[in-house]
Design a protein around this ligand. Structure first.
Ligand SMILES: [Zn+2]
Length: 143
């Protein structure tokens, strides 16, 4: 995506930029409420967005981690600023491989029910990374 500073310039370049006080202000990213993220339609579209990137499943967490940790604006969730800097912990890495394949399958076979509450944080992270990478696409996911 040409509008992603991280993918476009590479992570190292962007980290240098982030230390520069001259960097323009970035609008906060408002992560949608859990109930919206858990919707069947949101799951289906979020899965489509990730599947279309053709990132190998085991690289998806790297993608999420790089995008959310290097973003130099703030993330807001339910009106609070949230720090998303330990993606592996938040994702529960041991359980995530299988979950991610199930998740990606929702792109082709839309889920029959909404996502469970306990995976809402994972969905929030996936959405937040997408919002850094491509804000327009992230908005479409939750429409
Ligand atoms: Zn990107």
């Amino acid at each position: 995506m040409t509008n992603c500073l991280i993918c476009k310039h590479g992570l190292a370049d962007y980290v240098d930029l982030a230390n520069d006080n001259e960097l323009p202000k970035v609008s906060p990213i408002r992560i949608p409420p859990k109930d919206i993220l858990r919707r069947q339609s949101s799951l289906n579209r979020l899965a489509m967005a990730y599947r279309a990137k053709e990132i190998p499943r085991r690289k998806i967490l790297d993608f999420v981690s790089e995008h959310v940790t290097v973003f130099h604006g703030t993330f807001l969730f339910n009106g609070h600023v949230v720090i998303l800097d330990d993606v592996d912990d938040l994702f529960d890495l041991d359980a995530s491989e299988r979950w991610l394949s199930d998740f990606l399958r929702f792109a082709v076979h839309p889920p029959r029910q909404q996502a469970q509450d306990r995976v809402a944080v994972r969905l929030a992270l996936l959405w937040a990374a997408l919002a850094v990478h491509n804000p327009t696409q992230a908005e479409l996911v939750i429409r």
